[in-house]
Design a protein around this ligand. Structure first.
Ligand SMILES: NC(=O)c1ccc[n+]([C@@H]2O[C@H](COP(=O)([O-])OP(=O)(O)OC[C@H]3O[C@@H](n4cnc5c(N)ncnc54)[C@H](OP(=O)(O)O)[C@@H]3O)[C@@H](O)[C@H]2O)c1
Length: 301
């Protein structure tokens, strides 16, 4: 298979690339800085700016079996200034529109597009489970997800099988949010964050890659899928499982007001959440390797 991954140099893209080339597939990475892509057999790096369709990558675009769009400015960077919030949204809308234009311009067309999105689509929720048909929220991250998903909607009209990857918190040791959450625990200061009741819809990086590949290869998969383990945890249960896995105490609550003071609006990432269920993946027969957060942590650490 020939797979193009826009924004493929990051956490998910790198793990997906490794899995694909290990199985003998060929990968083209679209990056704004190809020098950071390690040269490797089966991996081709092409420069793009995330905003313009260029001849250099458009030429190979039409030969792809699958296109995966993961590009977007990081959400986990502090502070969420107005300028950075604008970049979080605009970079995703621009990348989506650019990929859509490439589909429009190419003949033949790649038959499949996997489009990244996030569980933040549903907005902050109490304990009710969020399935793929649950309504969107109205906070900043929901607005980002709605516009992000819409940016590639037009390819649905071109006969392309489009899959939306509504991803939860990806658990990996090397990057993402987990190392930051694990830091106070490692320093013997672990405990619930805020009320501890907010949901965390998490997924082990290996299941994330397995789910993406499952959706890539399954012709019945189309539309939005929650990519998160079937057992989302409350923040208190998640942090307590992390402390147990790291053999550290779980005792020191991090008060919401202090986190709000330190992080501003970005504190929503930690203080609110949702309990998302990967209903459509389960319906298609996908089996998770990691169903409990504790098992995921003991595997990772
Ligand atoms: N990791 C998670 O827990 C998680 C959860 C939910 C959703 N997601 C979403 O899934 C996607 C992939 O996640 P990830 O963790 O692999 O993210 P990541 O490590 O931050 O990688 C995203 C990639 O996007 C590209 N990028 C960054 N800023 C950009 C900009 N302004 N314009 C265009 N491209 C830009 C970068 O590639 P180059 O620098 O090479 O261009 C980067 O490697 C992201 O869009 C993320 O929001 C991730």
């Amino acid at each position: 298979m020939k797979v193009m991954i826009a924004g493929g140099s990051g956490l998910i893209g790198s793990a997906l690339t490794r899995s694909l080339i290990d199985d003998g597939h060929e990968v083209w990475l679209l990056s704004r800085n190809t020098s950071k892509v390690r040269p490797e057999k089966g991996v081709n790096a092409l420069e793009w700016d995330g905003r313009t369709v260029e001849h250099q990558w458009l030429e190979v675009f039409g030969q792809m079996d699958v296109v995966v769009n993961l590009a977007g400015a990081t959400i986990g960077q502090w502070p969420w200034s107005q300028a950075h919030k604008k970049e979080i949204l605009q970079s995703r809308v621009d990348a989506g529109r650019t990929i859509s234009k490439a589909f429009e311009k190419s003949s033949p067309r790649p038959p499949v597009l996997l489009q990244a999105s996030g569980i933040g689509y549903y907005g902050p929720r109490d304990s009710e489970p969020m399935h793929e048909e649950s309504p969107a929220g109205s906070d900043f991250l929901s607005t980002v997800a709605i516009n992000w998903e819409s940016a590639t909607r037009v390819v649905d009209t071109m006969g392309v099988r489009r899959v939306i990857l509504r991803t939860g918190l990806v658990l990996a040791c090397e990057a993402g949010v987990l190392p930051l959450m694990a830091l106070p625990v490692r320093l013997f200061a672990g405990g619930p964050i805020g009320s501890g009741k907010q949901g965390i819809s998490w997924i082990h990086i290996r299941d994330q890659v397995r789910a993406i590949r499952f959706l890539m290869e399954n012709d019945r998969a189309r539309g939005a899928f929650n990519l998160c383990a079937p057992n989302p945890a409350s923040n208190a249960d998640f942090m307590s499982a992390l402390a147990r896995a790291l053999h550290r105490p779980y005792w020191l609550p991090a008060p919401a007001f202090a986190i709000r003071l330190a992080l501003g609006e970005m504190s929503d990432l930690l203080l609110s959440g949702q309990f998302a269920i990967p209903q459509r993946l389960i319906n298609l027969g996908f089996v998770f390797d990691f169903e409990s957060a504790y098992d995921a942590f003991t595997d990772l650490y």
